[in-house]
Design a protein around this ligand. Structure first.
Ligand SMILES: [Zn+2]
Length: 355
């Protein structure tokens, strides 16, 4: 075990938890999914059953925002349980890729990252890391982007949560954009994934359980969103700020479209804002958002699905860890429904083990 390098606020990334090794039933398993979890759990007004198959433990029921406290923790599996989801003891338990290079990169990212719920089973951040780090490590990023945009990129750099690997810090151009539009750097817009290629800039906003509905915390204060970049807003939006950010509640997408198109202009490349969602969610996001933006041959809004990414990975060839990646997609769950039934994350074939 390594020492001293801490990732999240309360846990040490490098302390790879060993509790699974004690559980002979699950052998080499890294992440709990549909195959390992009960298809229904019993939830009473005061208790919740541990979701892991074969476990008889019940914990106190928690309500409201998720709380990581020991009274909600299964003593056998050490996961913290709520009626709808659970949290691993360590962020690493929720991540597939953790060789030395991955851990060093994660450590550098997490020093900058504002909020981390990566240990939570339904974390969009953990999902994004597991999928995009797979593409990056196998040099599949260009092929994947080409499959959805036909831009034939020759090179690519992946920026996870603003961290530019080449610069070794927050991406400098993103910080310039944040300042240009009146954001404080420390609280500025933070796309999940940014990819730069030789001919385009991609901002990818990944969604699993959350949606695109967001509003500013202070509706009467629009920072410099309308005036920054020599009134850049009016060049890339058809609608007014208040219409997009407040009436339509697309505040987050508004910021990514504004900052992204501006950054692409500085780089002299095309821009793609990609809303990465589940197949059955956000079906009309393109038509809703496109009413308000000026898209053209250089600026695009695209809705793509995690299932599209899965299909690309399946067709991509026999890459290292492809089986593990495919199993993760098939086994992934967003948690339990209000009536205690396990949900499946993706609309893909699950095999005979899922009933
Ligand atoms: Zn348990």
């Amino acid at each position: 075990m390594r020492d001293g390098l801490s990732i999240g606020p309360n846990s040490s990334l490098f302390e790879i938890s060993s509790f699974r090794n004690k559980d002979a039933d699950y052998g080499e398993l890294l992440v709990f999914g549909i195959e390992e979890l009960k298809h229904t759990i019993e939830v009473t007004s005061t208790t919740v059953e541990c979701p892991v198959k074969g476990c008889n433990e019940f914990v106190e029921r928690q309500r409201g925002s998720f709380k990581t406290e020991n009274r909600f923790r299964c003593p056998k599996h050490r996961i913290v349980i709520s009626p709808s989801t659970f949290e691993y003891p360590n962020e690493l338990d929720n991540l597939l890729w953790k060789d030395t290079e991955d851990l060093e990169l994660l450590h550098r990212i997490m020093k900058k990252k504002r909020e981390s719920r990566m240990a939570r089973d339904n974390s969009e951040d953990a999902l994004s890391w597991n999928v995009f780090r797979f593409l990056e490590k196998n040099s599949l990023v260009e092929g994947f982007l080409d499959s959805i945009t036909r831009t034939s990129p020759k090179s690519s750099d992946v920026i996870y949560w603003s961290y530019n690997q080449g610069e070794g810090s927050d991406w400098s151009l993103l910080n310039r954009a944040r300042r240009e539009f009146g954001e404080r750097i420390s609280r500025g817009s933070e796309p999940d994934i940014i990819i730069t290629t030789d001919n385009a800039l991609f901002i990818i906003e990944a969604k699993l359980t959350a949606g695109n509905t967001t509003v500013p915390s202070n509706p009467s204060y629009s920072k410099k969103y309308e005036t920054g970049g020599n009134n850049w807003f009016s060049r890339v939006f058809e609608s007014e700020y208040r219409t997009v950010a407040i009436a339509e509640k697309k505040y987050e997408l508004m910021r990514f479209w504004l900052l992204g198109t501006w950054m692409a202009e500085q780089m002299d490349v095309d821009f793609y804002l990609i809303n990465l969602v589940l197949t059955e969610r956000e079906l009309d996001i393109e038509s809703i958002f496109k009413k308000h933006i000026k898209d053209n041959q250089q600026r695009h809004l695209l809705r793509i699905t995690w299932e599209n990414v899965y299909e690309y990975i399946l067709k991509s060839g026999r890459y290292r860890n492809r089986e593990e990646m495919a199993r993760y997609f098939k086994n992934k769950t967003p948690g339990y429904s209000a009536n205690g039934r396990l949900l499946k994350a993706f609309s893909i074939h699950y095999g005979k083990s899922f009933h």
